[in-house]
Ligand binder design. Sequence first.
Ligand SMILES: Cc1cc2nc3c(=O)[nH]c(=O)nc-3n(C[C@H](O)[C@H](O)[C@H](O)COP(=O)(O)O)c2cc1C
Length: 174
Amino acid sequence: MEKVRVFDCAEQIVRAIPGGLLLTTKADKVNSMVISWGSLGIEWGKPIFTVYVREGRFTRSQLDAHPEFTINVPVGKPDPGIFRVCGYQSGYSLDKVAEAGLTLVKSELVDVPGIVQYPLTLECRVVFRQKQPIELIDPKFHSDYPQDVPGTAPLANRDAHIAYYGEIVNAYLA
Ligand SMILES: Cc1cc2nc3c(=O)[nH]c(=O)nc-3n(C[C@H](O)[C@H](O)[C@H](O)COP(=O)(O)O)c2cc1C
């Protein structure tokens, strides 16, 4: 495991967000979902990565059961097969690790693995969580939350997001 200093890689991490990172969790099983929202910064004097997970996602139930996660950043172009499985299928109905062929690596400080194919890894512990009430969001973004669709289908976008703030306790290249 090659350790990295997270803010030395800040530009690389933030630039990769719009193209899709993986958010990996482990409760009953290991599960990864694609995210293209995320924030890297500082609160309470600690490095924090915040993820925004809609309430209906399997990942939400994982985080509520076990409040740790890893952020998995691709180095180079993300694998389209992994992207398809982890961004368009749900852990409710599928073992996404097997389906996407993810190679897991044990992390050092959290009980959630890293992923060889998305090697730049942030180990995070949830230190705060907060639902974002839709009525407090600028109306120009309300079309991101259509209310006439189900909430749990993959890519369903009815539900509000829960912001999970993860203290970054370690970072490494898998
Ligand atoms: C490019 C891309 C970005 C996404 N970003 C997010 C995100 O930031 N937050 C979110 O809740 N879902 C996001 N999704 C949707 C989830 O990846 C998708 O619903 C996934 O199936 C959820 O997996 P899970 O049910 O196993 O947790 C994104 C999907 C794609 C394709």
